[in-house]
Design a protein around this ligand. Structure first.
Ligand code: HEM
Ligand SMILES: *[C@@H]1O[C@H](CO)[C@@H](O)[C@H](O)[C@H]1NC(C)=O
Length: 457
């Protein structure tokens, strides 16, 4: 009897304690993906950065398969290297994963820039940015881009130059052209000067004390905002009919603030310049190493000029470059300058029988997909002819996928084609020094930025 009483009294209490445990058992939480987390806090950061990061990704993939967990830069994360997983994270279930960047980058580019935004604000920005960079809008820039390209190449004749450095100047000029149209002439030197100060702090510790890199960058940001405010107010008075990004950002009916416009202009320069310059550097390297491919591209480009009275490129001409387009695609694949991107799970997400816990980072590994021998046979070989057949869906995503995919991809391809046209028809070049290494800063780049000498044909 006493026992009975005790049982009746304790059982509910016991149940209260055991219940959550039972419930968990019932729901049978799926396991974490395979992999190791390494040391506390530092995790496997050293293994990732002590050598080529792709060796890290490849050896993990070999050991654990196409989805595995690790711990880098203070964050637990899940890395994914199958086309299906990339599609899941970036496209079909993109609402379960939010963009995420290191704090210093977010403050430097501006919190309201398109990369970091979500939901309705992101959709609004995307509409405005896409409008400025869709084919119909960038068509009118062809003559201007062409004169920037000719001028850049002429300035290199005969000198020993660092390809990446020179290509950055070219892509910066094209970015300013697409953002400010004709207004760029007045302000480009000032904007460039401050932008060079700003970018030095992109990977700095966010410590805002006098003299730190971060502090200098924040000052540069303010200077850029001041210049932009001047341009914006001049435009409001002129009511000119422009077709550039600034015009599009200013035209929004619900009205973006000057601060939002500034954040997004700095963001677009950041997204447009080094990426496109890295790709151009790789193209110049691959063409230099593959004489028969260079010959085929040159032949195609010379054919465009033939029988024309005026030696000027038109938008239609850029549609007559199938060989050059395949060289661009193959370069984007082999070089995979953005090896991966970052997202963060906004809730516990189940995928393929594993759980990705809320707050964990998720990294779709573009480069592993582009270098998978099942998808691209002999992946290390530079072979543009493989793009004579369109790649299977989700296996080739140099510009990302889904809601945050690259809105500047048409402009990037256009400016690359224009430069390659003038380069191959008028110049030959030789590469200096050893050219086998790759450096990451953060985009994949030939060692030392590819020193070359350029001569007029
Ligand atoms: C060949 C050169 C380029 C490559 C390989 C490239 C690649 C990418 C990739 C992979 C993303 C998606 C990142 C993610 O999902 O996390 C992206 C986003 C973006 N890119 Fe590009 N890009 C290039 C050139 C450009 C240019 C020329 C512009 C501007 C004119 C540009 C503007 C942007 C912007 C604004 C975003 C953010 C979009 C959003 O968050 O909604 N990119 N780019
Ligand atoms: C740089 O640091 C100084 C001293 O801490 C501070 O007063 C100033 O506001 C900082 N500059 C910017 C642009 O944040």
């Amino acid at each position: 009897m006493a026992f009975h009483l005790i049982f009746c009294f304790f059982a509910p209490i016991l149940f209260i304690f055991i219940f959550p445990y039972l419930r968990n058992l019932n729901r049978r939480q799926p396991p974490l993906p395979p992999g190791t987390l390494g040391w506390p806090y530092i995790g496997e950061t050293f293994q990732l950065y002590s050598r080529n990061p792709n060796v890290f990704f490849a050896s993990k993939q070999q050991r654990y398969g196409s989805i595995f967990k690790t711990h880098v830069l203070g964050c637990p994360c899940v890395m994914m290297s199958s086309p299906e997983a990339a599609k899941f994270v970036l496209l079909t279930k993109s609402h379960l994963f939010k963009p995420t960047f290191p704090a210093s980058k977010e403050r430097m580019l501006g919190k309201q820039a398109i990369f970091f935004s979500r939901g309705r604000y992101h959709a609004k920005l995307r509409k405005l940015v896409l409008r400025a960079f869709m084919p119909d809008a960038i068509k009118s820039f062809v003559p201007n881009i062409e004169s920037v390209a000719e001028h850049s190449l002429r300035s290199l004749e005969g000198r020993l130059v660092t390809t990446f450095h020179e290509m950055k100047t070219y892509t910066f000029d094209v970015a300013l052209l697409s953002i400010f149209g004709q207004d760029r002439v007045l302000y480009s030197e000032d904007l460039k000067r401050w932008y060079y100060v700003l970018e030095k702090g992109y990977n700095s510790m966010p410590v805002n004390l006098a003299g730190t890199l971060f502090n200098k960058s924040m000052k540069a940001r303010k200077e850029i905002a001041r210049i932009l405010a001047k341009i914006i107010s001049a435009r409001r008075q002129m009511k000119a009919d422009c077709h550039d990004l600034l015009e599009s950002l200013m035209s929004d009916e619900q009205g973006l603030t000057d601060e939002q416009i500034t954040d997004n202009i700095i963001g677009v320069i950041f997204a447009a310049r080094d990426t496109t310059a890295s790709v151009l550097t790789w193209i110049i390297k691959y063409l230099g190493e593959n004489p028969s491919i260079l010959e085929a591209v040159t032949e195609e480009q010379e054919a465009i000029g033939r029988g024309k009275e005026e030696q000027k490129l038109s938008w239609e001409d850029t549609k007559k470059m199938p060989m050059t387009s395949r060289v661009i695609q193959e370069t984007l694949r082999v070089a995979s300058i953005l090896s991966f991107t970052f997202r963060e799970a906004v809730e516990d997400v189940e995928y393929e029988g594993y759980v990705i816990p809320k707050g964990w980072k998720v990294l779709p590994l573009f480069r592993n997909i582009h270098h998978s021998p099942e998808i691209f046979p002999h992946p290390e070989k530079f072979d543009p002819s493989r793009f004579q057949v369109a790649p299977r869906p989700n296996t080739f995503m140099p510009f990302g996928s889904g809601t945050h995919s690259c809105p500047g991809n048409e402009l990037a391809k256009l400016e690359i084609m224009v430069l390659v046209h003038h380069l191959t028809t008028k110049y030959r070049w030789q590469m200096e020094g050893s050219n086998s290494g790759i450096q990451y800063g953060p985009f994949a780049l030939p060692q030392n930025g590819l020193p070359i000498r350029l001569f007029r044909k």
